[in-house]
Design a protein around this ligand. Structure first.
Ligand code: AMP
Length: 634
């Protein structure tokens, strides 16, 4: 191992085979690999070819064998007022019985299992049970509603869905079952079985011959041994849907061996998380952070992982810090929006508890603004480390390798490239690599992506190549679709997306998906959705709709009623997470002469910035009307 960031990074680029073969020792292999990386079919890369391993073995069984009584999964719900600690041996028993239930329903390696669950231990059991069997899990965030869920069901074609009666948000019960039933009704693909976990929060109806009772099956099968299925390193471990620039979300597909090695590497070199300690990520299993750093990463590293159901401010804003003290959390992971929420609360809440166990707080998922970073760093007196990555990569592209050397963060910058990432900044027009510092370019990664990154788009290799690897003429590089610059010291600064993806409270949303939903309302002729800067959430979605009959919004009352109807439609179809902050009605939308919607100009006007070069605008009146609406809203 190397002892400086620069030496570690250089080696990962100059001698990738040597570097990754060494990192691969962090996990157990049933059969060793013959080749570190197969690069014979760019832009595809196969990691640890010939090796066989299992994620569940590495996350659970190997620790249960040596440290059965150590804490593995700590579940805390401030929503239902429950806490429960599972040791590695208890976790293994729970995962095995879940695997027995799934296997009993005919789930086999390669089959898809869709998981639509709130933050309850069974979510982790189900994911790990799939990993154990070699089934491909596809977790759908609980905040998504029927239509969004139906799209994902149709793409993943699961043989079975695991769900629950309800989640809880801010003390309000959120029933899941009616949304799921409606989603299955809408979907063309019908899963054979639905495994229902009944939390006793919300009564629900069962569909005969389809809906299974988890509690009864668990009791019947308790104690059944289900061995881990040894899988080829490049078998598919999971798919996770993420938004892009089309209305159709992409299934990001990840492998088994590369994924396990990358996460183990990141736990050691980036997060400096050590076996026997506690890792606390405040994310949700429906997002990539939840996959990598609630479930797999900490457990692979032999750490206890703290899974939390609730908000950062209930019962009060001290709740997370109480958990840090109580469970001796050493590494914590959250998002800037959560910190901005805390910032509005009594600052004494942050110092009420003993935070001496905590070494660092990592924040990711959206830009970390300097005031927020400074405020939390001062308030808790710990290093606050930004990390930049994407669902596609599965682990950080840019941050500081705290496990290698404690480099000082620079406010406003997530840091420097992590091992194996050949990060480049490209000129948008020419595709030329920008070598000089302080130039804005597209953030790209040269082939091959390091282990743990997406293998492809689920069932759509062509889309993978076209979407990610074809944006620079004549060169095959991976585009992140983010703008960035690098300063004289090699630190990167992220400057926003180059496409129509927006980021609301760290949640990535495609504006097209929201537009398609709104355009389905019978009164709407056309709509544009843009992301607008917001002090709390980073961005919020704002919709501008042209009506088929403008009389529908002739009076303020009528406009408000119609806006309410449209927002309700978004809630019901996509989920509250995608709901725009406003829907405004306009006579026309700003477009280029060739008819292309000028979302960036709308965004600029909403943010009271100069929309830039508008010579191509077909009708300036369109933008003027939006300008007046925004000014009128004060
Ligand atoms: P997701 O796939 O949901 O994780 O979203 C990834 C996108 O979120 C990136 O492409 C960025 O646009 C943004 N993002 C994530 N982390 C950061 C960060 N630390 N700083 C700035 N933007 C970020």
């Amino acid at each position: 191992m190397t002892d400086s960031y620069a030496a570690m990074y250089r080696r990962s680029i100059d001698d990738p085979d040597g570097f990754w073969a060494e990192q691969a020792r962090r996990i157990d292999w049933e059969r060793p690999f013959d080749q570190v990386c197969d690069t014979s079919h760019p832009p595809f890369a196969r990691w640890f070819v010939g090796g066989r391993t299992n994620l569940c073995h590495n996350a659970v069984d190997r620790h249960a064998a040596t440290r059965p009584g150590d804490a593995a999964l700590i579940w805390v719900s401030s929503e239902v007022g429950q806490e429960r600690v599972y040791t590695f041996s208890e976790l293994q028993a729970e995962v095995e019985v879940m695997a027995a239930i799934l296997a009993g329903q005919g789930v086999r390696a390669g089959d898809r299992v869709l998981i639509y669950l709130p933050m309850i231990p069974e979510a982790a059991f189900a994911m790990l049970a799939c990993a154990r069997l070699g089934a491909v899990h596809s977790v759908v965030f609980g905040g998504f509603a029927s239509h969004a869920l139906a799209n994902r069901i149709d793409d993943a074609e699961p043989v079975l869905i695991v769900s629950a009666d309800a989640g809880s948000r801010n003390g309000r019960i959120v029933p899941y079952k009616p949304l799921l039933d409606e989603a299955i009704r809408l979907a063309a693909h019908k899963p054979a079985k639905v495994l229902m976990i009944d939390r006793g929060l919300s009564p629900f109806g069962r569909v005969a011959d389809r809906d299974l009772d988890h509690a009864a099956l668990r009791e019947r099968l308790w104690g059944t041994r289900v061995p881990c299925e040894w899988l080829p390193s490049d078998a598919i471990s999971y798919t996770l849907y993420t938004s892009g620039t089309t209305g159709r979300p992409k299934g990001v597909q990840r492998d088994v061996g590369g994924h396990a090695v990358a996460l183990a590497t990141s736990m050691a070199l980036i997060y400096d998380g050590r076996a026997g300690e506690t890792f606390f990520s405040t994310s949700d299993i429906g997002w990539v952070v939840g996959h990598s750093y609630i479930v797999y990463g900490p457990l692979i590293a032999g750490m206890a992982t703290l899974m939390y159901e609730g908000t950062p401010v209930s019962p009060d804003a001290a709740v997370w810090w109480r958990l840090v003290e109580q469970y001796r959390v050493t590494v914590m992971f959250s998002a800037p929006t959560a910190v901005r929420v805390l910032k509005k609360q009594d600052p004494a809440c942050l110092t009420r508890h003993d935070l001496s166990s905590l070494r660092a707080l990592f924040l990711a998922g959206e830009p970390l603004d300097e005031p927020t970073a400074r405020w939390i760093a001062d308030a808790i007196g710990k290093p606050v480390i930004d990390n930049y990555w994407q669902t596609e990569t599965g682990w950080p592209i840019l941050t500081l390798a705290r496990g290698v050397e404690p480099a000082a963060p620079k406010f406003g910058s997530p840091g420097v490239p992590m091992p194996g990432y050949r990060v480049q900044l490209l000129d948008e027009q020419t595709g030329a690599v920008l070598e000089a510092p302080n130039q804005k370019g597209l953030l790209a990664i040269a082939y091959p992506l390091p282990p743990g990154c997406m293998q492809t788009v689920w069932r759509d290799d062509e889309r993978f190549v076209r979407t990610y690897w074809s944006s620079v003429p004549g060169r095959q590089v991976y585009s992140t679709f983010d703008w960035a610059l690098r300063d004289e010291d090699g630190y990167y600064f992220i400057l926003g997306r180059s496409d129509d993806v927006i980021n609301v409270a760290g949640h990535r949303l495609g504006t097209r998906e929201i537009e398609e939903c709104i355009a389905g309302h019978p009164a709407v002729a056309e709509v544009a959705v843009v992301g607008v800067a917001d002090a709390l959430k980073g961005q919020v979605a704002m919709a501008f709709a042209v009506l088929k009959d403008p009389a529908r919004a002739a009076t303020p009352q009528a406009a408000l009623a119609l806006e309410g109807e449209i927002l309700k439609r978004v809630d019901q179809q996509l989920g509250a997470v995608a709901r725009p902050s406003r829907v405004r009605f306009v006579q026309l939308l700003p477009k280029t002469r060739s008819g292309k919607l000028l979302r960036r100009a709308i965004q600029a006007v909403c943010e009271q910035r100069d929309p830039g070069d508008l010579i191509t605008l077909d009708d300036p009146a369109a933008l003027q009307q939006i300008r007046e609406l925004v000014a009128g809203a004060g």
